[in-house]
Ligand binder design. Structure first.
Ligand code: URP
Ligand code: ZN
Ligand code: ZN
Length: 467
């Protein structure tokens, strides 16, 4: 099967140029000013449109059991939403049961992933330390292509590990060539602040933010980075929400730590005031770390521009407002932590980043596709448009605008964080390994066509900061 995409403007980290692409058996095999179609070749005209490499979202929680409930998107609805939003690969978190080995748990998650419409991989969460875990890390990496793990410094009793456990796990991960994702918040201080808040009768959603102040994130971020340094391991701080935490990443990078940071669209665009919306609407915006004061947003965008932040991940952890979020109407600690965003990450970062002049088109491609591909062992199969890459391509019309609304979304949630916002540009088609999975903005790809991503270990990653 051959496809030619004609007349598009190809955007990569290195270049922006007009050209035609030839796709054969799912892979890009030629790029030229003009490729003349032979008979029986499928031709797509992309005149006036950008061709971006497919988005890679390395932070999703599809089908994820959490805080006595479960996320509202499974691999069926979640990967349809991803496709509609220009995401062609995800790396989802596992969530091991107590006493279960990482390898057994992974097999369960791979089974769930078989429903996927786009390509999918996993980061293994380690929430329980034992010697077994250390023995499993090389097997995970070499036999299963799981070259990243995740540790939590918060959610005590459910996911949190302590410093000694973190050190032992990261030391082994460093030896094996596995990168460690870290949720950096000081769980003990938060638990104490939460107890105080509730005993003073402060139960509204805004107290979620007040009991997780920036210091709880920046302290844990600094500590995690020091543990990685001591363990000689590479570390990826997920969902950096504030300037103080980012400063810790900058200091670590300058010391030569193999440290990387991710932020999320909601921290770039939304702020703490959303938690104060009346009629418990604030509950929709409860996630951890919490939304911050608005001034942090500028510093996060600057961090993206300078290279301090390597990726934007959605942290898609969706819960229904009615019936899931509302459980915490009288007590913010009962509101499941997490927000939807997988379908919106690409358009939101394009609009507020590129369209509003905060980042270049090339930086957009870097943080949405090339950066995550390189960090998580998918490059040079995924993450760019070039000969030999999988033909994961987003065709994007920058000359139209559209309104984001829950009514038009594929995400299986009853609200959208960005309801009513007008964003510039629209995804017209998405190709995954050369197959059209979105046409005219509608998902046409079939469930189960996604392939498991067996990932390489990460090596020689650029840690340079230009600020
Ligand atoms: O609030 C969030 N982010 N929920 C998902 C779990 C996590 O911490 O990533
Ligand atoms: Zn987290
Ligand atoms: Zn998360």
């Amino acid at each position: 099967m051959k496809t030619i995409i004609q007349n598009g403007t190809i955007v990569t980290v290195a270049d922006i140029y007009k050209g035609d692409l030839l796709i054969e058996n799912g892979v890009i095999t030629a790029i030229a000013d003009r490729i003349i179609p032979e008979k029986d070749v499928h031709v797509i005209d992309a005149s006036g449109q950008y061709l971006f490499p497919g988005g890679i979202d390395v932070h999703t929680h599809l089908a994820w059991p959490f805080q006595s409930t479960g996320t509202a998107d499974d691999f069926v609805s979640g990967t349809r939403a991803a496709a509609a939003g220009g995401i062609t690969s995800i790396i989802n978190f596992t969530n091991p049961k107590k006493g279960q080995t990482l390898l057994d748990n992974l097999q369960e998650w791979k089974k769930k992933g078989e429903l996927s419409l786009i390509d999918y991989g996993f980061h293994s969460i380690i929430s329980e330390y034992n010697d077994h875990v250390l023995q499993e890390l090389p097997i995970l990496a070499e036999q299963e292509g799981v070259t990243s793990i995740k540790l939590f410094m918060a959610y005590k009793g459910e996911l949190m590990v302590n410093d000694r456990e973190m050190f032992k796990i990261m030391k082994k991960a460093g030896e094996v060539g596995i990168i460690t994702n870290v949720h950096a918040e000081n769980g003990d201080i938060i638990d104490e602040l939460v107890e105080d808040s509730l005993s003073n009768g402060n139960t509204d959603p805004i107290f979620h933010a007040y009991t997780r102040p920036p210091i709880t994130e920046s302290e844990a971020t600094g500590r995690a980075l020091s543990i990685a340094e001591a363990a000689n391991a590479s570390i990826y701080i997920v969902h950096v929400s504030c300037a103080d935490a980012l400063e810790k990443v900058e200091q670590a990078k300058r010391r030569g730590v193999q440290a990387f940071a991710e932020t999320c669209p909601h921290y770039l665009v939304l702020d703490e005031s959303y938690l104060e919306l009346p009629d418990f609407e604030g509950g929709k915006y409860v996630c951890s770390p919490p939304l911050r004061e608005k001034w942090n947003q500028d510093l996060l965008w600057k961090g993206i521009s300078s290279g301090l932040i390597s990726t934007v991940g959605s942290d898609h952890c969706p819960f229904l407002f009615e019936g899931q979020k509302t459980v915490g109407r009288n007590n913010f600690t009962m509101i499941p932590n997490g927000v939807p965003g997988l379908e919106d990450i690409f358009p939101i970062v394009y609009h507020y980043g590129v369209h509003e002049g905060r980042i270049s088109l090339q930086k957009f491609v870097e943080i949405i596709s090339t950066g995550p591909a390189k960090l998580f062992g998918l490059y040079p199969k995924k993450g760019s448009i070039g000969i030999g890459f999988d033909a994961d391509i987003v065709i994007f019309n920058p000359n139209v605008s559209r309104v984001i609304s829950r009514e038009k979304q594929y995400q299986n949630v009853d609200y959208n964080l960005y309801e009513g916002r007008v964003v510039q540009g629209a995804i017209t088609r998405v190709l995954s390994r050369g197959e059209e999975i979105v046409r005219d903005g509608y998902v046409i790809g079939e469930q189960g066509r996604g392939q498991y991503l067996f990932r390489k270990k990460n090596s020689n990653i650029e840690t340079r900061v230009t600020c």
